[in-house]
Design a protein around this ligand. Structure first.
Ligand SMILES: Nc1ncnc2c1ncn2[C@@H]1O[C@H](COP(=O)(O)OP(=O)(O)OP(=O)(O)O)[C@@H](O)[C@H]1O
Length: 937
């Protein structure tokens, strides 16, 4: 227990202190009388005090690195440094606490000597090593005398141990007395000049020097000479180790990120304050701050500026801390060392010619050509573990490692496409041609990940055709687009006999019957056994369907892809949520890159060990993954990148699977078709048969439309519009979306005007996936859906004006992208007649300058349907019926009275069941829509 000081004791202490300080000031003046007073702006009386003042008055020495003695030979030699007992004062300074007078009479030094023994005796240190460096001197920064200690005071035969004890003693005394526990004598002794030129005093006084000067009435010159300190990196922050200096403390306190650590009695700051601090310190006379290693970027050449903050030239104590990190690729030509601070390592980095320090990331980077040299040298640092780049990267970037390619972009030679059909080659847009060049430079193995609608099909066909000698070709696609692919081959490769195209429709079909074999993912897994001998050239459309290695489709496809010579993967969305989804696709293109998923997971999926196993759902090193993919696996262009080469609208005819039309519906369709061509039928009866045919077509297409929508959703299409005409189709779509819990809106003839706008807004603002299910005739105008850029027509409509008006729901002001329009066309249905009819109408209008001219040009297989005499008859009927404007209403009204269920099941579907729009509305919309041909966007 300690008692508080009496008033008398306090006064006496203060008087003694003043005397001691006055003596010291006199001495100082005597010693410095030759030198001009360097600072008239001495410390302000109001300078805030060190936060440590209340309980940390003492001397604090902490040995930061015992091994630092090995650097003793680098120190400046001081013949006086080790003269034993040359100074009584010094001796007094280092006396043990029990020998020291205490300011607190009731104080009893504690038994424990907490810091004793941490530092080796100075006598054992190599001669001449500045104590500050040897011990990582951490001075009480509130010590006003520290600024006076720039005079040289010979330290003789001193040890750390007593100092530690002094510290311990003083701290304890201070805290127990609640008063400044200082001994004026001791302080005066400590203030004696040191010949070492080093500041090692760390005792803290509670008052500012300015105040003391005033009280003493003695003008005390500001300290001259040098006070040295250094900055030390500590994670994201840095610490300043220097003796007390009021002006410096004021600087510290002006920095926003300041933090004072009472335990170590040091100030620390974030790196953002490094530059300002160094600059401010530079302006303080007598202060020398050794800059932070590797922090050049935080301040303009702090180490070279004006010489005031010149490096001390003193050896930095090597860190004993073990540092671990990894190399990461940051560009085609450079890699970065992602590792925490190590002086030795930084010294090594500085030996590299291509070194660069990034101020923002605070990391060093180097050219790949210096990679081997750096890694070899790092191996010589036992305290450092810098993990190398994965072997895959060194292989993929071998040219850069060997200094043969330092170009920021890969040089891709122009491929000789003379062996490919000229129709195709001449149709390629410039970016598509570049895609083909990339694929051939990659020897026919790639993931073509262009945005949707950029023409991956035409590029894939061209690449595959380049390797035609290696055919038969296998094309694996979602089942809903098998026939679209067939049409695309027919369109782009006129040299290919259509009979050589084999579309696999059932599990009984042969997979190898054609030169070009098109199969769905699901059938592929069923026909796995037929894959021998393996195909040398394989196209996988929507390759992200393979993202889950556990699925049957993936298990069937992977072995096939590993042995194929050419693998062309196509996907606009190769990974939808996490890098792990890319793994199988990378493996398919480059089987040797990451044969084990775990290695890939650790590097790029932020793999974490959990109680239940490894979690690979995260992500890491994505920049590097992107570089690797771009270098050796993937080509991806976004619509925005190539917008200038794209038409505003891209139309695509999607031939949906006839196999999905069931026998009952097929029979109904055939019956309706027969009815239309039967002789002796009145005109009215023919029209009724035509309407029946149209309605049966709607029914027949439902499974294909739903399958296509689900494929789009699985492919990651976020927002799109689906137009249909019949209520039965709209109902089926919405029912399926509800079942799959997909966000959607529906606007048909029964939707009120107010609701139309609300629903439209709802869709526009929806952040995630959403489908707008719309009636062709009820929602083809007056609505803006510009947040989508894809429109799917589940059903065709005979009036192209209505269709184009519907297309323009997305293709309007506010739409910054090129929009994609997919028309689903089913063979053996009314579509066989409607599609050519639409084409023909548009062509006529186009010739008259009333329509876009590219509708047909941009659509596959405008001639996909070759008409026999019976079909010609039906076509003529369609033409006649739908060309006479007055007949449209008649046809629609006739359709409304049609009951599609009556013939087979007796189920009655009323008008509103069959069509999505009320009759009255139709007339208005139908005739108005012709304007759309001429209305510009
Ligand atoms: N160079 C071209 N000349 C003519 N038509 C083209 C060209 N490139 C693409 N198209 C047409 O653009 C439409 C979209 O092409 P494609 O279906 O290949 O795109 P995609 O990238 O596969 O889109 P998705 O990812 O949606 O399947 C098709 O109708 C196609 O015929």
């Amino acid at each position: 227990m300690s008692l508080p000081l009496t008033e008398e004791q306090r006064k006496k202490i203060e008087a003694n202190r003043q005397k001691a300080l006055a003596r010291r000031a006199e001495k100082l003046l005597a010693e410095q009388h030759q030198k001009p007073a360097q600072s008239k702006q001495g410390p302000s009386q109001n300078l805030p005090r060190d936060p440590s003042k209340s309980g940390s008055h003492g001397i604090f020495f902490k040995q930061q690195n015992p091994s630092s003695s090995s650097h003793g030979d680098q120190r400046p030699q001081n013949p006086h440094s080790f003269s034993p007992n040359t100074s009584e004062q010094a001796k007094g300074m280092w006396q043990r606490p029990e020998e020291m007078p205490t300011a607190c009479p009731s104080y009893r030094p504690p038994n424990q000597v907490t810091v004793a023994g941490i530092s080796p005796p100075l006598a054992n240190s190599p001669p001449g090593v500045p104590s500050q460096q040897l011990w990582g001197c951490e001075l009480g920064q509130g010590h006003p005398q520290a600024s006076l200690e720039t005079q040289s005071t010979p330290f003789a035969n001193t040890t750390h141990e007593p100092l530690a004890k002094v510290k311990n003693f003083q701290e304890t005394a201070a805290s127990s007395c609640g008063q400044p526990p200082r001994d004026p004598e001791l302080e005066a002794r400590m203030a004696r000049p040191s010949t070492s030129g080093q500041n090692i005093s760390g005792s803290v006084m509670p008052r500012t020097e300015g105040r003391l000067q005033q009280k003493a009435g003695t003008p005390l010159h500001r300290v001259v000479g040098s006070q040295q300190g250094r900055c030390i990196r500590n994670g994201e922050r840095f610490q300043v180790k220097i003796g007390y200096n009021e002006a410096l403390i004021a600087v510290f306190k002006s920095l926003p990120s300041r933090s004072y650590d009472p335990a170590t009695k040091t100030w620390n700051f974030s790196m953002t304050d490094y530059g300002p601090l160094m600059k401010a310190a530079q302006r303080l006379p007598g202060i020398t701050l050794q800059p932070l290693e590797g922090a050049e970027g935080h301040m303009e050449s702090p180490s070279t500026s004006s010489g005031i903050i010149a490096k001390t030239g003193l050896p930095a104590a090597p860190s004993l801390a073990f540092v671990k990190g990894q190399c990461v690729l940051i560009s085609r030509a450079r890699f970065e060392a992602d590792i925490s601070y190590s002086e030795d390592l930084i010294a090594l980095f500085k030996q590299m010619d291509s070194r660069k320090y990034d101020v923002k990331t605070r990391k060093w980077s180097f050219l790949l050509e210096e990679y081997s040299k750096l890694m070899e040298r790092v191996r010589g640092l036992p305290q450092v573990q810098l993990d190398p780049l994965p072997k895959t990267l060194t292989l993929a970037f071998a040219a850069q490692l060997q200094k043969t390619s330092l170009s920021p972009v890969a040089d891709i030679p122009e491929a000789d496409l003379s062996r490919v059909d000229s129709k195709l080659v001449s149709s390629l847009l410039p970016f598509q041609r570049a895609g083909v060049n990339f694929a051939i430079a990659q020897r026919g193995r790639l993931l073509l990940a262009d945005d949707m609608g950029l023409g991956k099909t035409i590029q894939a066909i061209c690449i595959a055709a380049y390797y035609r000698k290696e055919w038969p070709l296998l094309v694996v696609v979602p089942s809903s687009v098998r026939f679209t692919w067939e049409q695309a081959f027919c369109r782009w490769l006129p040299s290919l006999n259509p009979l050589d195209i084999n579309v696999v429709v059932t599990g009984k079909d042969r997979l190898t019957d054609g030169l070009v074999n098109i199969v769905s993912f699901d059938l592929l897994s069923k026909l796995e056994k037929q894959l021998k001998p393996p195909f040398k050239v394989v196209i996988i459309d929507e390759s992200h369907f393979l993202k889950n290695i556990k699925t049957a489709r993936c298990r069937a496809a992977m072995p096939l892809l590993k042995v194929a010579k050419r693998v062309i993967l196509l996907s606009g969305t190769p990974a939808m949520s996490r890098p792990a989804e890319l793994y199988t696709q990378i493996l398919a293109v480059r089987p040797t890159f990451f044969p084990q998923f775990h290695a890939f997971g650790l590097r790029y999926c932020g793999a974490k060990r959990q109680p239940w196993g490894w979690d690979y759902s995260g992500s890491s090193n994505l920049g590097e993954l992107k570089l690797l993919l771009e270098e050796a696996v993937m080509l991806r262009r976004l619509k925005g990148d190539v917008l200038s080469q794209l038409p505003a609208k891209q139309r695509k005819m999607v031939v949906v699977a006839p196999g999905q039309i069931n026998a009952r519906t097929r029979a109904a369709l055939d019956a309706a078709a027969k009815e239309m061509t039967t002789k002796d039928k009145t005109k009215q009866q023919q029209k009724e048969a035509l309407i029946l045919f149209f309605n049966r077509t709607a029914e027949a297409k439902i499974p294909s439309i739903i399958e296509y929508i689900l494929d789009l959703l699985e492919s990651g299409r976020e927002k799109f519009l689906v137009f249909a005409h019949h209520k039965v189709v709209l109902d089926a779509i919405t029912k399926e979306l509800e079942r799959k819990r997909v966000q959607h809106i529906r606007i048909d003839g029964s939707t009120s005007s107010a609701d139309r706008e609300d629903l439209c807004q709802q869709f526009q603002l929806s952040p995630g996936p959403a489908v707008a299910v719309l009636s062709i005739t009820a929602a083809n105008m007056g609505l803006t859906f510009s947040s989508a850029d894809l429109v799917v027509f589940g059903e065709l409509f005979w009036n192209p004006g209505v269709l184009m008006q519907a297309e323009d729901r997305v293709h309007r002001i506010g739409q910054l992208s090129s929009v994609s329009i997919h028309y689903l066309v089913a063979r053996g249905t009314a579509d066989d007649y409607l599609w050519p009819l639409i084409q023909e109408k548009i062509k006529v209008l186009g010739e008259a300058g009333l329509s876009e001219t590219n509708f047909s040009e941009m659509t596959e297989a405008t001639d996909y349907f070759s008409k026999d005499s019976k079909q010609q008859k039906i076509y003529n009927l369609f033409q006649k019926s739908f060309e006479e404007d007055g007949n449209d209403m008649e046809l629609l009204e006739a359709a409304e009275s049609f009951d599609p269920g009556s013939q087979d099941t007796g189920d009655k579907l009323d008008e509103s069941t069959l069509t999505g729009s009320p009759v009255k509305k139709k007339r208005f919309e139908f005739f108005d829509n012709w304007d759309s041909f001429t209305s510009p966007l």
